[in-house]
Design a binder for this molecule. Sequence first.
Ligand code: HEM
Ligand code: HEM
Length: 208
Amino acid sequence: MSNEEPNDTAPLAHGPESDAPKRVRVWDPLVRIFHWSLVAGFATAFIVEDDLLGIHVWAGYLVLALISVRLVWGLIGTRHARFSDFVRSPGAVLGYLRAVVHLRAPRYLGHNPAGGAMIVLLLISVAATGISGLALYGAEEFAGPLAGMMRGLPPVLGDVLEESHEVFAYVTLGLILIHVVGVLVSSLLHRENLIGSMISGYKRAEIQ
Ligand code: HEM
Ligand code: HEM
């Protein structure tokens, strides 16, 4: 069962009169480009670490720019891209997780309440990783937009920044692992390919 009335439906392949399942456009191009660019930017920054600091920093800037655009899109974007469409109360998130455990979780066209909560956590954690990176870059390399602000920072605080940046990066990695497990579990429960939907933008329209 879905909580939503599908709109913007499109016949799958055989014309409007066909019995083929209808598809509905859920993710707009901005959300999809945002998602896969974020994956690429985060993975690049994480993998090269400070061995290739130039690439690391530019991948980090990309990630921060993407997050900024997504925050604005969460306010003014298309229906399922808006925070108001997927940010739910903690009670609703827990209720949804209980339903998952009992294999009775309803299907959503947009993000389900647990997915929505994870997205908020991911956005915060990725942003904290990037911002702590900016501060560290200013403090250690005397470079980047925060260089002026970080000048004269006691070395001990530089160490704290370095530790914080690393901890944020690993906390984000942990969240990403849970995120991907959530995507796979939800895909299995509702027999649909959520990863494919984040590529094509479409989901099955029918209510189950
Ligand atoms: C958002 C994605 C980012 C991820 C996943 C990430 C991850 C990491 C990791 C894992 C390290 C190695 C930590 C260590 O071993 O000490 C590191 C180091 C570093 N990062 Fe990032 N980072 C990101 C963004 C940034 C940004 C935006 C900047 C600066 C503009 C930055 C600047 C640095 C610097 C200067 C170091 C070297 C720290 C040292 O001296 O060891 N990072 N980052
Ligand atoms: C290869 C690994 C990944 C896969 C397969 C994946 C898959 C997905 C899928 C299928 C969705 C839509 C979920 C739904 O239908 O409700 C989604 C959303 C999202 N994912 Fe991932 N993801 C991956 C990695 C990441 C990473 C690395 C990040 C963050 C650095 C991330 C952040 C997000 C965010 C913020 C959303 C919400 C998208 C939006 O509404 O704009 N994902 N992901």
